[in-house]
Design a protein around this ligand. Structure first.
Ligand SMILES: Cc1ncc(COP(=O)(O)O)c(C=O)c1O
Length: 448
């Protein structure tokens, strides 16, 4: 097995951990592991995909079959249909890069935007395509048109990417960034308390409220619709130019929760699509409504035809598609971006409601199973309203990193939270089964 390091787990909430996991998987011959006996992701590649059948869904993935992948959503291994689309686009580009783009007359980006619009029930003109959540957060916070007397309100629970993007925003604009804590003990967090604590932090100068939908350090899912309603109340009587807008890092809810942008009620939703959506690596998106797009200046010049034509004509662009005007230009790894359409449609074919139910049911089963064991504390709330797929655990007397290594040896791939307080982090998803959840509970029991 490839050597896994403590630092790799912490730094690698993204690429480094993904690489380590994959490296670990390829030479991890655990024929007798619980994962092997309960079955895992891969199946007969030739069999037709039946989105109504979970075994068929899992058979679409190339994840090593000798492990149960409770960390697969950190940096996705995409399903077969996505891999095939990447290969198809790559072959077209490799054969004749310009001809392939011309043959498709700009329809491929449009197709990805249409699929994302359908997935979120959003106007594609308000969607920007990115390479990651971090790029999206960098774009929206890096482009904020803020005055030095204005404020951003964020929380103690956000990931590095939000905190660092906002540190740079403060440096650039002179605006102040304030942080509040939304709960003391994640397991006993309450929706009302979360909303009350956040809203108490809003001042007349607050222009942006920056939160994370599902906290990757604890598994707490924020009641975003309630927060949006409370922010709207706080905005009563404010001029349009002074309203506080709600920005959400949605990466750990996107691909799990069966909601639309209207359901969430936020002004901006930023997400990578290479985590729970199991989309191509190096893809993501930003959705923002009209008010929010007007607050965000593009950071990287767009290659949208409107902008390009305006440049050719020597006039300022008249932006009627803010999402495309906000999409960083330059050439990208387009084969991945275009294959994102297939990943979105893969979820739509299964049904967003069924994906949510499958993930939540296993997460509840896992939390209930673990709660019955002595020596382990489930950090993530039990309630589905305050949790999603992420489940964080604390052990009374075991080292989290050593525990992850032992679980891996038993055939269960888990991870660590990349935060100051480190927990063992697991998450059931499309590629796990209720039997594997039982196996994981038994493996944790053995560990204890
Ligand atoms: C809450 C949260 N936001 C953003 C990121 C970064 O995502 P990406 O790798 O898509 O930039 C992570 C972890 O990787 C995360 O946990």
């Amino acid at each position: 097995m490839a050597k896994l390091t403590r630092r790799g787990f912490l730094v690698g909430s993204g690429a480094a951990a993904g690489a380590a996991v994959l490296a670990g998987c390829t030479d991890n011959g655990q024929a007798g592991s619980p994962a092997a006996t309960t079955g895992s992701g891969t199946g007969d590649p030739a069999a037709a995909f039946d989105p109504a059948d979970w075994a068929s869904v899992r058979a679409q993935f190339s994840l090593a079959p000798d492990s149960a992948h409770f960390n697969a959503w950190v940096f996705a291994s995409p399903p077969r249909v996505v891999g095939e689309a990447i290969s198809r686009h790559r072959a077209g580009l490799d054969a004749d890069t310009l001809a392939y783009q011309e043959e498709n007359e700009g329809t491929l980006d449009v197709d990805t935007l249409a699929a994302a619009g359908e997935y979120l029930d959003a106007d594609p003109a308000q969607l920007a395509l990115t390479d990651s959540t971090t790029m999206g957060l960098g774009m929206v916070y890096g482009g904020l048109r803020l005055r030095p007397d204005q404020q951003v309100l964020t929380t103690e629970h956000d990931f590095y990417s939000t905190h660092e993007a906002l540190r740079l925003t403060a440096e650039r604009t002179g605006a102040t960034v304030n942080r509040v804590s939304l709960y003391d003990d994640p397991a006993s967090a309450s929706a009302e308390d979360i909303v009350a604590r956040l809203i108490a932090g809003i001042t007349p100068q607050t222009r942006v409220v920056a939160v994370t939908w599902v906290h990757s350090g604890t598994g707490v899912k924020l009641p975003v619709p309630d927060i949006a309603a409370a922010v709207a109340t706080a905005n009563a009587g404010r001029a349009e130019a002074d309203r506080a807008l709600l920005f959400v890092d949605g990466v750990h809810g996107f691909g799990v929760e069966d909601v639309t942008v209207a359901d969430l009620g936020c002004d901006v939703l930023v997400s990578g699509t290479h985590k729970w959506l199991f989309g191509p690596r190096g893809t993501g998106l930003v959705w923002a409504n009209e008010s929010a797009w007007s607050l965000i200046a593009p950071v990287i010049p767009s290659f949208d035809i409107v902008n390009f034509q305006a440049w050719l004509d020597g006039v300022p662009p008249v932006v009627d598609r803010p999402g495309q005007a906000g999409t960083p230009g330059g050439f990208h790894t387009f084969e991945y971006r275009w294959a994102l359409a297939e990943a979105l449609r893969f979820h739509l074919a299964i049904g967003k409601d069924r994906v949510q139910e499958w993930t939540h049911t296993q997460a509840t089963q896992l939390k209930e199973g673990l709660a019955g064991l002595a020596g382990v504390r489930v950090v993530t709330p039990m309630a589905a309203e305050l949790s999603s797929g992420i489940v964080c655990l604390a052990f009374d007397s075991l080292d989290p990193f050593e525990s992850v290594l032992t679980l891996r040896e038993a055939g269960f791939v888990a991870g660590l939270t990349p935060y100051r307080t480190g927990y063992v982090r697991v998450g059931p998803s499309l590629v796990t089964t209720p039997e594997q959840v039982d196996g994981l509970v038994a493996a944790v029991d053995d560990l204890l």
